[in-house]
Design a protein around this ligand. Structure first.
Ligand code: A3P
Ligand code: MG
Ligand code: MG
Length: 351
């Protein structure tokens, strides 16, 4: 049953709702074996001056250790973080990646997505939903395998752009790429009057090796890009900047360091961009995106979720009454579906 839908915002809009500057609530680390522990064990330090030009981003490909994508972790890390405080009821708890998808939807003309939402204990929880038995999913997995080396180069760039604990391998190399390792920052923010509690991976921080977590203002997002050598490549880069901007803006990461590589994976140059200036940079280059529709759409979608999903909270409806301690109340599930160039619809799937 469709309960609500939203078309995409028009190009001419009033000033967008404010996005509150994110405040860091807590951090946690996934270790090399994917175990999760509180704190900054997996925090990496940005190498002053960045990765060295000439670095080979294909180095170590055969030794890489990859996270098992089949494991569904849902919002486990976030739920653990909630226990550490900072949540404000009446809002949305999710991954930053979900917010990035919603925010960039007004300019997305290719890929649709589906998320699942439910209300529990005063908040709306939102996560991605993929039908792992579907043809679409197998196709995506096959495509990913074909792009394994390209994707690896992004991680290898992280290894060169951060300070190695021990020198082993080519100059600047931090050791075997292990995608189990992740450092997550959990922030509190708000869009308009909807409170947000968001978790996301942060690539590294500026600061002396071994120093304590310097906070969001010192965080750096690392990205790779093919060397820009044509007008077409420039256009593609300006388009990609929308995702880079949204991703970093949402978590309060002020710097995006982009490494430019050849097709073969040799780093030619790098450039540090200020997240806040990315929209102006893209506009000057003639990109078609601007932040206003993104913020309007994020605000409209999240307001819709709070309005439609929150009242089904089993604590509010009484469905949680009489349950034993530790029993999960029956949750009312919703599906949020995005169709490119159309908008989103919210469908009630029931209990
Ligand atoms: P690049 O984006 O520099 O290529 P993130 O930039 O978000 O920290 O992610 C690090 C790297 O993981 C990316 O580096 C990319 O190589 C890989 N990656 C991230 N999301 C991906 C996806 N959806 N599919 C394939 N690879 C992905
Ligand atoms: Mg990352
Ligand atoms: Mg990155």
């Amino acid at each position: 049953m469709q309960v609500a839908s939203l078309g995409l915002p028009p190009a001419q809009l009033p000033p967008p709702p404010a996005y509150r500057k994110p405040v860091l609530v807590t951090t946690y680390s996934h270790l090399p074996d994917r175990h999760l522990e509180p704190g900054d064990a997996s925090m990496a330090y940005f190498r002053p001056g960045g990765a060295l030009p000439g670095s080979d981003l294909a180095y170590g490909f055969d030794e890489r250790i990859e996270r098992d994508e089949r494991l569904e972790e849902h919002l486990d890390g976030m739920c653990w973080a909630l226990g550490r405080g900072g949540e404000r009821k009446g809002g949305v708890v999710s991954w930053r990646g979900m917010m990035t998808r919603i925010m960039t939807a007004p300019f997305e003309d290719r890929e649709g997505w589906e998320m699942r939402a439910l209300a529990l204990d005063g908040s709306v929880y939102l996560e991605i939903w993929e039908d792992r038995d579907s043809a679409d999913y197998s196709y995506k997995m096959k495509e990913n395998a074909q792009w394994a080396l390209q994707s690896y180069m992004g991680y290898a760039y992280e290894a060169y752009a951060t300070i190695p604990e021990a020198e082993d391998g080519p100059e600047g190399w931090s050791g075997t790429v292990n995608t189990n390792v992740q450092w997550c920052n959990v922030v509190r923010s708000a869009i308009g009057d909807v409170p947000l509690f968001l978790g996301g991976e942060v690539d590294c921080v500026r600061g002396p090796v071994g120093s304590p977590n310097p906070g969001l203002d010192a965080t750096v997002e690392l990205k790779t890009n093919k060397v820009i050598n044509s007008e077409r490549a420039d256009k593609i880069f300006l388009k990609k900047l929308l995702k880079h901007w949204a991703q970093s803006f949402l978590l309060g990461v002020p710097t995006v360091d982009v490494g430019f590589r050849t097709d073969a994976g040799i780093l030619e140059s790098r450039h540090e961009f200020e997240t806040a200036t990315l929209p102006a940079l893209a506009a000057r280059g003639g990109a078609n995106w601007t932040p206003a529709p993104c913020l309007h759409f994020l605000s409209a979608v999240l307001s819709m979720l709070v309005r439609e999903v929150l009242p089904t909270d089993p604590v509010v409806t009484g469905a949680a009454d009489g349950l034993e301690e530790g029993d999960l109340p029956p949750a009312h599930l919703f599906s949020l579906r995005f169709t490119p160039r159309r908008g989103v619809e919210l469908v009630s799937l029931g209990e």
